[in-house]
Design a protein around this ligand. Structure first.
Ligand code: ATP
Ligand code: MG
Length: 429
């Protein structure tokens, strides 16, 4: 096991550097914690191991928001964890984790990890990125290798204590998000931490510590080295969890957006107003509203809105060359989605949905007969129709047509027959 190194944080390190905060001070209400997580910790402790709640759950409990899931850190090895629980599976090849099933819930239990910089276990890439990182450590090392101080707190529910090696309690008290250790080194080790900084700042209403913020524009380009599939995962966490509008603003302001979507040029005004097409602004706002109401949101729809403006530009160029809207739309869509590799690697199901939404748009112009009926029956009709509504905000001349499509969806079979016989223009005559 490696010894903890000093110099990773502003303060000298050592076992004594932990601040212990007792129940009367930290204010976590145990009743709000999942019983499954509490029971896993209790069983591990009763078997003689150290075990704590850790990471996002502790942060969220202190911020009085509801944790999404409960992670546990322990000094037991994965095999030892398995020996404690009847229903437990080990996952991961190089760094093993235990999945414990308790009261129908899955609880992830990880063995404390160390700073493996001195061992053979850690591989560093040319620009300082950690490529693999697989050694166990003690609890202090485990805390200090985490990203933000607010994410590095341990909570021991049996003693009702918080153990703070990185200064997270004070940061949370001041609603501050601060990277642990030397900021440049930590972003270089894993540039995705820059995106995580924006995500937590926006979703948890924290402000970035000045140093944590200042290095982001300088190092934003390092996102180019991140595998596109990982960026897609982060994109979903950033954009599909109820804060898409404000997250986009912050990504633009801090210089990360252009690394993720170089083809979608956005700006933010002094008063924090996002300068973008109405289609995009409304798509971001709608998806946040939907998340707030517990409705599903899809990345394909958002992607369609994000790329709509550049797509229109390209479409106009192509229309100058040949007047065939459908063919040109197909070509512009393929260019936007498939021709050059993009930083954020959208899976096929996402690009396919996006393309369908775009290609269905011109079919809304045909409001009569079989064609109109077939459109209503399309699998993607609802998404394409929602997209038409967004377009009608930007292009008010589309509003009567969009209203007509809204109207026909309310009709029973007989009236629908009549409406489709007459079509939209007949009705408006
Ligand atoms: P969320 O509520 O989104 O799940 P979280 O903080 O739990 O937030 P996770 O991605 O689930 O985020 O990670 C769990 C914990 O693992 C984090 O709180 C942090 O301590 C640590 N962690 C995750 N990603 C990194 C990273 N890139 N670098 C260092 N530590 C990380
Ligand atoms: Mg989590």
């Amino acid at each position: 096991m490696n010894q903890p190194k000093s110099g990773r944080d502003d303060r000298p390190l050592g076992e004594s550097s932990a601040i212990i905060s007792a129940g009367k001070d930290h204010g976590i209400n145990q009743k709000t914690i999942s019983n499954a997580a509490l029971d896993v910790i209790r069983d591990l402790q009763q078997a003689g191991f150290t075990a704590y709640l850790v990471g996002g759950a502790v942060r969220d409990l202190l911020l009085e928001s509801v944790p999404k899931d409960y992670d546990i850190a322990t000094d037991a090895t994965p095999e030892q964890v398995r020996s404690v629980f009847r229903r437990c599976r080990l996952i991961g090849r190089r760094f093993r984790l235990a999945h414990v099933f308790m009261h129908g819930q899955l609880i992830e239990v990880a063995t404390f990890r160390g700073d493996a910089a001195d061992s053979d276990e850690q591989q560093i890439g040319k620009q300082g990125r950690i490529l693999s990182d697989n050694s166990y450590g003690n609890e202090q090392e485990d805390a200090l290798r985490r990203d933000f101080t607010a994410n590095a707190l341990f909570y021991d529910p049996l003693n009702d204590n918080i153990i703070d090696y990185a200064g997270g309690l004070d940061d949370i008290k001041h609603r501050r998000l601060r990277l642990i250790g030397d900021v440049s080194t930590r972003y270089r080790e894993d540039p995705v931490r820059m995106l995580r900084a924006v995500r937590f700042a926006v979703s948890k209403k924290l402000h970035l510590h000045p140093k944590t913020a200042a290095e982001i524009p300088v190092l934003a380009h390092l996102l180019q080295n991140i595998p596109s599939a990982r960026l897609f995962d982060e994109f979903c966490k950033l954009m599909l969890t109820g804060h898409a509008h404000d997250t986009t603003c912050m990504l633009v302001k801090i210089g990360l957006w252009e690394q993720l979507f170089p083809d979608v040029q956005l700006a933010v005004e002094q008063d924090h107003k996002l300068l973008a097409s109405q289609v995009l602004i409304q798509a971001l706002r709608n998806s946040d509203d939907r998340v707030a109401k517990g409705l599903p949101v899809t990345s394909g729809f958002l992607l369609a809105a994000m790329l709509w403006q550049p797509l229109q530009k390209r479409l106009m160029q192509l229309q100058h060359q040949q007047d065939n809207l459908l063919l040109n739309m197909q070509q512009a869509s393929d260019e936007a989605l498939f021709l050059k590799p993009q930083p954020v690697g959208m899976p096929k199901r996402v690009t396919a949905m996006c393309r369908e939404i775009w290609l269905l748009q011109h079919r809304f112009l045909r409001t009569r007969g079989k064609r109109a009926r077939r459109l209503l029956e399309e699998q993607r009709f609802r998404a394409a129709y929602d997209f038409l509504l967004l377009r009608a905000i930007e292009e008010p001349e589309l509003k009567p047509l969009a209203d007509w499509w809204t109207y026909v969806q309310t009709l029973g079979a007989k009236k629908l027959d009549t409406a489709l016989r007459e079509g939209y223009s007949a009705k408006s005559d």
